[in-house]
Ligand binder design. Structure first.
Ligand code: BTN
Length: 260
């Protein structure tokens, strides 16, 4: 897969620039909109993505596949690709939280240089979007926010959840290097949605560190606890409760998975 990097200075949101190009009919498969700063960076569930100048990598990748992707497959593949990149950049204890937050797992408070109070700290987030999907001409924008050079975060952000950056984790690289690592990891993970979905699901469970774990799963309407049995991109997540009853949850309805 070839990528064309389109550089912006200050923009509202790189994903908005990608959608504007799609609307204007001049977007290509593999376009990557990258900005130095976003004034209206968007996160999942209507949240804001804090996007100061030169702090993080803000990138949106346009995909124009010939056949639609499964929504869950794309979400998982994009998360794994960014996780792969973060690990390759040297953060070996990076992990994924459902569905695709890349986090750095907690370390004992005494050895934690970033003051995250022994909590898992978010280092990257991904927002996969499509608007008015036409199954005959599918389009997707994968928005990637990766904290690269920040040495501190606004108090209101850290109060919401623990956050970290590559720099705070001892990996001082440029945003260019971080982008190259993400773009290197992405094609193989995207291919695997169709060619090796079982491997993708296995690698995803390994990256979440949840294989076989006891969990609490929140779906749209309810909450259930049990042990994770299997994950299949198509059929869903199988949870076995304390009485040995197996329940399969479609990935689209899973809101949160917490280890208990
Ligand atoms: C999340 O909430 O975890 C997802 C955050 C995604 C942020 C990225 S930054 C590049 C792209 N442009 C945006 O406005 N959002 C995404």
């Amino acid at each position: 897969m070839e990528f064309q990097v389109i550089r912006h200075g200050s923009v509202d949101s790189t994903s908005e620039r990608a959608f504007a190009a799609l609307r204007d009919g001049n977007a290509r498969h593999g376009d990557v909109h990258v900005a130095d700063e976003q004034t209206a960076g968007r996160g999942r569930q209507g949240r804001r993505w804090h996007s100061p100048r030169a702090g993080g990598l803000y990138a949106s990748v346009v995909l124009l596949p010939s056949v639609p992707f499964s929504a869950a497959g794309l979400t998982i593949a994009a998360g794994l690709a960014v996780h792969d990149a973060v690990v390759r950049l040297g953060i070996g204890h990076a992990a994924l939280d459902w569905p695709n937050d890349v986090v750095v797992r907690a370390r004992p408070a005494t050895t934690d240089p970033r003051g995250t109070r022994g909590l898992d700290a978010k280092i990257a987030g991904i927002l996969v979007e499509t608007r008015g999907l036409d199954p005959h001409a599918p389009h997707y924008v994968i928005g990637i926010g990766l904290n690269v050079a920040q040495s501190a975060f606004p108090a209101e952000l850290s109060a919401e959840r623990a956050v970290t950056s590559l720099h705070l984790e001892g990996c001082t690289v440029t945003r260019e290097t971080a982008l190259a690592a993400v773009l290197e990891a992405l094609p193989a993970r995207l291919d695997s949605i169709r060619s090796s979905a079982r491997e993708l699901a296995r690698d995803y469970l390994a990256a979440t560190m949840l294989a076989g774990a006891r969990v609490r799963v929140r779906t749209g309407e309810c909450e259930l606890t049990g042990r994770i049995d299997t994950l299949d991109i198509r059929s869903g997540l199988v949870i076995v409760d304390a009485d040995g009853r197996a329940r399969t949850l479609a990935l689209e309805v899973v809101r949160e998975i917490a280890s208990i």
